[in-house]
Design a protein around this ligand. Sequence first.
Ligand SMILES: Cc1cc2nc3c(=O)[nH]c(=O)nc-3n(C[C@H](O)[C@H](O)[C@H](O)COP(=O)(O)OP(=O)(O)OC[C@H]3O[C@@H](n4cnc5c(N)ncnc54)[C@H](O)[C@@H]3O)c2cc1C
Length: 489
Amino acid sequence: MPEMRIAIIGGGIAGLSAAYEVEKARAAGAQVEYTLFESRERLGGSLASEIVNGSVIERGPDSFLTEKPAAAELCRELGLGAELLPSNDAARKTYILVKNRLVALPDGLMFLVPTKLIPTALTRLFSFSTKIRMALELLHPPRPSGLPDEAVAALVERHFGAEAVDRLADPLLSGIYGGDAAELSARTVLPRLVEMETQYGSLTRGMLAAHRQMRARAKAAAKNNGHSIAGSGGPQAPRPIFTALRGGMQQLVDALARCLDPASVRLATPVSAIRKTASGWEVVFAGGSQSCDALIVASPAWAAGVLLSPVDPSLGEELSAIPYSSSITVNLVYDEKALGPLPEGFGFLVPASEGRAMLACTFVHRKFLGRTPPGTAVFRAFLGGIRNEALLTDSDEALVAIVRRELSEILGEKTIGLHVEPEYTQVSRWRRAMAQYAVGHQERAARIAARAAEFPGLHLAGNAYDGIGIPDCIRLGRRAAKELLSPGL
Ligand SMILES: Cc1cc2nc3c(=O)[nH]c(=O)nc-3n(C[C@H](O)[C@H](O)[C@H](O)COP(=O)(O)OP(=O)(O)OC[C@H]3O[C@@H](n4cnc5c(N)ncnc54)[C@H](O)[C@@H]3O)c2cc1C
């Protein structure tokens, strides 16, 4: 008899990471059994990719932030170390669409904060009055600590003006969260900027100070490790901003799935109810139920809210109150010879004020080298987001037509005219997939954690709580499993 039976609800990257950790413990001799319930017919949640004529086509995320180690660590553990692929940062350049013209983000922009005088003065991204405001920002007084949370838009507008919200904060954040800068929490989404404002007043001064400290630390470390660095072939190369997998994110899903015991994975099995019993929990699904000692709920918070409401109405209510946005990705594959010259760089972002359906477009063949055959160009457009959910009901043909028309209007008829047919198109809809960290999110997440802690054996994981990206979801999934297996860790 196992000492512990664990049910994991949701087979996205958070639930898969939790299951992997439990499986590892089981393989090492722990008396534990688990079942991973996934409502869809496949594992991976938002992570899904395929290879079409040699091109990696990502339906969901294409990479993760290198700065957060949990994803690359897991990939290495799974034997995917050689598959990790750095972003092609030498060619990194991102544009913002301003009055239907692509304007490159100025050099020296760090977390929305301009730190270099000349590129900021010369950019066509901002009007003269916004540039003056950016210069005067150096005199911004510190904000007292302990004030309530506020929207990202309020923080950015206070420092750099409304145009910086429209042309910078909003498009960058809608690219990440599919959200709205007027709704997203500054404290959760931009915690460093909130701290800098309290300490320095000016975000530019804060960012420059942080940069100086980072460089001093790197210099000191290089001095201390002089021998070992020299021994390893000279100074370390800078870390790439993004890391992908050569064969697509599906590689990570497949590698995790291979580690799991097939008998412990139940696909196409949505959990319809959770009950608290005298000795633990009961998980109910179509045609059956299962008793367990512990639960990791790794479904989106809206689904967790429905399941946990009967157990604890206030927990259910808090979970259900976390807003979500939906998005659509449209991949278009072209023969590069049929296209005209494309601007340098990774792609562009579209402010809401441009009135377009597209939120962003990545030039996939530029961002990661070696994932498309030579001579092939792949465009990956994002649509939808919190402001344009209605697009989800459009047909694939209509969505492809919108993206082709907008690309032609933005990049020019000569570059990607409507007469040039894509070789392959693919549309993916992600309904209510991205949690939105609205103003007050940290307090809500703390209340959720406190309520959940009232129920021994109940853990929550996923993108709704403490990080939207893949590394955070992996970290939370693995942590939930570790805490169950070794309480008090
Ligand atoms: C289009 C897109 C692009 C993105 N790009 C990036 C990127 O480039 N880099 C990055 O780091 N992040 C990116 N993200 C964010 C990141 O992919 C997600 O935040 C993360 O994958 C969420 O993982 P999760 O396990 O929390 O949730 P999900 O992937 O949503 O998984 C939850 C799972 O729970 C299942 N489920 C729901 N209800 C039940 C139930 N009752 N019973 C059983 N199962 C249930 C669902 O079917 C789903 O499979 C992107 C997301 C999207 C949608």
